[in-house]
Design a protein around this ligand. Structure first.
Ligand SMILES: *[C@@H]1O[C@H](CO)[C@@H](O)[C@H](O)[C@H]1NC(C)=O
Ligand SMILES: *[C@@H]1O[C@H](CO)[C@@H](O)[C@H](O)[C@H]1NC(C)=O
Ligand SMILES: *[C@@H]1O[C@H](CO)[C@@H](O)[C@H](O)[C@H]1NC(C)=O
Ligand SMILES: *[C@@H]1O[C@H](CO)[C@@H](O)[C@H](O)[C@H]1NC(C)=O
Length: 507
């Protein structure tokens, strides 16, 4: 090994050079396990958790202005501190590579050094309204889109990726992918993990159209992007098919095995998981939490797909680009939406997963897209009776992944375990609520449960206050900050000193 300086070792050396400005910076993963800076002046005494300016991975004056504004406006100094820590977290800590010239950027999730399509879209969601004001930030997002377009064009079934070779950054080894066979096969120097999750592709579409909505710049629609969209349509077509055709030929376009000594458990039916029958919905293999789906039709992911295909059609129509797929996109969006309303509701509530044979799994998982996040995703109004009824089931003992303890409760999932609900579920609940008491209760459940660390963690045990997972989870930080900005615009009196709505991105 010592004498064989392989490609990744050479790249690692180059990576150190590229990163030399940050050579003296502590790893944020280690640093964020302890409270830093002087505590906030509220009862929670939350620490200041932004890295030293020299260690930040991207600077934006537009982002700094929002932080200054919000610190002056928010009533509760603890909530102000949480906003100050979380809003810039993506830019402060996760931009591992950015080249304007090459139009490429590599964004890590936080503690995992890979770029997830889903996480990235969510990590930037709360900055969209600033893109029109901050051209550098817009250029960064465009570079993220272009990097992802290359990934998707090549590996549309995969959700998480290695740094682009141009970055000189080393690749990371994913122990959980060892011993797993995946078809179509992948190159592990490009792909970090190839679980197929349809919402990953939705994340890419959402990032693209949000960039367009904010800037009206269509220059991201290059050959990479067109190729990626072609691949997305292929996956949608392939994964809409039933498992058996009319003559009982077994249809498999993608399979992922696990088992046989791999850390990842065995997936039944030779890596194909449970069979499905045609409904108009699009099948998926793993959930947004990267756990294996129980049934293939993940309802909230289909809701997100329907919404994003609608936006795609609008964007292509308005920009006059790719007119050959505008209609197709609109039709698919409608087909999927209709199938959700026709095939997934029983007793007035949505199922989380279905299989087209009558199988339904009534539950919710903390990750977005979830049923709880349907209003956030733009699928329906938060007052819709089916949503209200579904939400009541989700926050009750009827949901296997709802759990409540003395100081924390919420929705969890098999990704951690049933007694570790996720703060993220309360962010989704706030986006889906108009009830002030309910909103404040969820807000303070989150704020009270950061383990005194002032950042949003992945999960929190209902049994022990000090038992949590992932101290550095950029998406959760972004989602929290996005929710605070939503409240500042929608219900200013709840969190701001005055009842004047604060909207970012407005001069
Ligand atoms: C951000 O600004 C600080 C100075 O405030 C600087 O030291 C740091 O290198 C900048 N980061 C980047 C990525 O430019
Ligand atoms: C796995 O997927 C490939 C296509 O990527 C297909 O050719 C093969 O038949 C599938 N295998 C099984 C066992 O389903
Ligand atoms: C749409 O047209 C573009 C060329 O402008 C082509 O690259 C693409 O494959 C077409 N897509 C479909 C789904 O026909
Ligand atoms: C948060 O903590 C405060 C102070 O300990 C407590 O008064 C409040 O009830 C808690 N809120 C929630 C929603 O748990």
């Amino acid at each position: 090994m010592k004498f064989n300086l392989g490609l990744s070792a050479v790249l690692a050396l180059l990576g150190v050079l590229v990163d030399s400005a940050q050579a003296d910076c502590p790893s944020f993963n280690d640093w964020s396990r302890q409270a830093r800076g002087s505590p906030s002046l509220g009862p929670l005494k939350l620490p200041y958790m932004r890295p030293d300016p020299a260690c930040r991975t991207f600077n934006s004056s537009a982002v700094e202005k929002v932080i200054t504004d919000m610190k002056g406006l928010i009533k509760d100094p603890d909530i102000a501190r949480l906003f100050e820590n979380t809003f810039p977290n993506t830019l402060d800590t996760t931009v591992k590579y950015f080249s304007k010239d090459k139009n490429l950027a590599f964004i890590i999730t936080g503690d995992i050094t890979a770029q997830w399509l889903r996480d990235t879209a969510n990590q930037f969601a709360h900055y969209h309204d600033l893109l029109g004001q901050d051209p550098e930030l817009a250029t960064l997002v465009k570079a993220v889109i272009n990097n992802e377009a290359r990934y998707v064009a090549q590996y549309p079934y995969c959700g998480s990726f290695q740094p682009p070779p141009e970055s000189g950054l080393p690749t990371s080894h994913n122990d959980w992918a060892d011993g797993v066979t995946v078809n179509p096969p992948i190159d592990r120097n490009i792909v970090f993990e190839c679980k197929y999750e349809i919402d990953s592709l939705c994340g890419f579409l959402k990032l693209s159209r949000s960039y367009w909505q904010a800037t009206k710049d269509t220059s991201f629609i290059n050959d990479n992007w067109k190729a990626a969209v072609d691949q997305i349509f292929r996956v949608i077509y392939e994964q809409s098919q039933s498992t058996f055709d009319d003559n009982f030929n077994f249809i498999s376009y993608y399979n992922w095995t696990g088992g046989d000594g791999a850390l990842s458990p065995r997936v039944p039916n030779f890596g194909n998981n449970e069979p499905k029958a045609y409904t108009g919905l699009v099948g998926t293999h793993h959930r947004p939490s990267d756990d294996l789906s129980h049934f293939p039709f993940l309802v909230p992911a289909n809701a997100m797909l329907s919404v994003e295909l609608g936006h795609l059609a609008d964007m292509l129509q308005a920009s006059g680009k790719l007119s050959n797929i505008t209609q197709q996109s609109r039709q698919l969006s409608n087909r999927i939406r209709d199938a959700i309303w026709k095939t997934t509701i029983a007793d007035g509530v949505f199922a989380y997963e279905t299989n087209g044979f009558g199988g339904r799994y009534v539950m919710d998982d903390a990750n977005v897209p979830s049923l709880l996040s349907l209003p956030y995703l733009g699928f329906l109004d938060k007052h819709h009776p089916v949503y209200v009824a579904t939400k009541n089931v989700i926050f009750s003992k009827k949901n296997p992944y709802y759990a409540a303890g003395k100081s924390f409760n919420g929705i969890g999932g098999p990704h951690v375990d049933p007694w570790h609900p996720w703060p993220m579920s309360h962010v989704s609940k706030i986006f889906g609520s108009d009830n002030d008491a309910e909103i404040l209760n969820s807000l303070y459940l989150i704020a009270n449960n950061t383990n005194g660390l002032g950042l949003i963690h992945e999960s929190q045990s209902i049994y022990s206050d000090s038992d949590y997972t992932r101290n550095w989870f950029a998406w959760a930080n972004s989602y929290f900050a996005e929710m605070i900005l939503d409240l500042a615009a929608r219900k200013p009196y709840l969190i701001l000193k005055t009842n004047k709505p604060y909207k970012i991105g407005q001069k």
